[in-house]
Design a protein around this ligand. Structure first.
Ligand code: TPP
Ligand code: MG
Length: 342
């Protein structure tokens, strides 16, 4: 499997192994995430999104590249920063925004909010706010696939800070020993909340530098380049489906906004955000499409279409009611009801 050892590698070159259709799909996915998340932020400023939320602005290529390489039946496990991966698996913008706005048209009928996006139908197996908690859960899903021989692969997305949690190491060891079809994806955005990852980690690459401890290859990829992410994901999925076990992939990326919506991210050194914005994943990908001869109009048509989808979704959510009182506690408890509480 190819490894990219540069923190800011250049474009992947004119290797047309991916094809125009897949590239357009991955471009669209990134634009959907960008537009939907920017809208979520605007709606927050209008006091229409309650509770906290964590945006992936700047990290779109990771979601697009992995989802682009997934097959139906593959499972995604997300953190609280999960809007991007949920949208990338095909959940509609309306369902995601409706959920953030606590409306009845939301993905969980407005009962979960930003940090609980789940859609088994789309293979989105939940968003987990407890750091590292979902790595062993993804192992469980992979173990099921292995036992049943389904060839489905579980992908678990998490941040750089998560690599310092015990569950990370337990899950990696378990997955390696049992050769589970699971792909662990560390989105190294350089910060765990307000702390630079380098200040609290013994190795420069928090995920990749630990891979050898579990007998795994050291894989680092440019997480702002959807093509590089896609190729790396494809290789990991082929390995998992062949019964050759897990992969641990460190994607180098950067979040453009603060940790959560309340964070102005003042702790970042001056100029750091600007430097990363030069390598904005959507900008990189637009240039890539043009390099491959995609007409500019095809690209702007996608932009216009996505903006309309996000505008229409916003209006639909604003018009949607809150969930009715009788369903507020339904589907919240294990038996689907709430009678046991009385
Ligand atoms: C077990 C646990 N400890 C602490 C927290 C508080 N917390 C929320 S987000 C976060 C930082 C995680 O950083 P990282 O894994 O890099 O993910 P990112 O937010 O950058 O995507 C922390 C410590 C938590 N949610 N769970
Ligand atoms: Mg982080």
């Amino acid at each position: 499997m190819a490894t990219v050892n540069d923190r800011a590698p250049g474009p992947a070159g004119l290797n047309d192994d991916i094809g125009e259709q897949k590239r357009l799909e991955m471009y669209r996915t990134q634009v959907v995430i960008r537009e939907a998340e920017q809208r979520a932020y605007d709606l927050f400023l209008q006091n229409l999104v309650k509770g906290t939320s964590h945006l992936s602005l700047g990290q779109e290529a990771v979601a697009a590249g992995f989802a682009g390489a997934m097959q139906t039946g593959d499972l995604s496990f997300c953190t609280y920063r999960g809007h991007a991966h949920t949208l990338a698996r095909g959940v509609s913008v309306e369902k995601v925004l409706g959920e953030l706005m606590q409306r009845d048209n939301g993905l969980m009928r407005g009962k979960g909010g930003s940090m609980h996006l789940t859609s088994a139908e789309h293979g989105v197996m939940g968003s987990y706010a407890i750091i590292g908690a979902h790595l062993p859960i993804a192992c469980g899903a992979a173990w099921r696939a292995q036992y049943k021989g389904t060839k489905d692969v579980a992908t678990c997305f998490f941040g750089d800070g998560t690599t310092n949690i015990g569950a990370f190491h337990e899950a990696l060891n378990f997955a390696a020993i049992w050769k589970l079809p699971v792909v662990f994806v560390c989105e190294n955005n350089l910060y765990m909340e307000y702390t630079p990852i380098g200040d609290v980690t013994a190795v420069p690459h928090p995920a990749a530098d630990r891979a050898s401890a579990y007998g795994l290859e050291r894989i680092i990829v440019d997480g702002n380049d959807a093509d590089a992410v896609y190729r790396t994901a494809q290789a990991a999925y082929a390995k998992a489906r062949a019964g050759d076990g897990p992969s641990l992939i460190e994607c180098l990326t950067y979040r453009h906004s603060g940790h959560s919506r309340a964070d102005p991210a003042k702790y970042r050194p001056e100029g750091e955000l600007d430097r990363w914005k030069l390598r904005d994943p959507i900008k990189i990908y637009k240039e890539r499409l043009l390099q491959f001869g995609v007409p500019e109009k095809t690209i702007t048509d996608i932009d216009t279409d996505v903006r309309k989808i996000v505008d229409d979704a916003t209006e639909a959510c604003k018009a949607a009611p809150n969930p009715p009182a009788e369903i507020i506690t339904t589907d919240v408890y294990a038996d689907g009801g709430w009678a046991w509480r009385n």
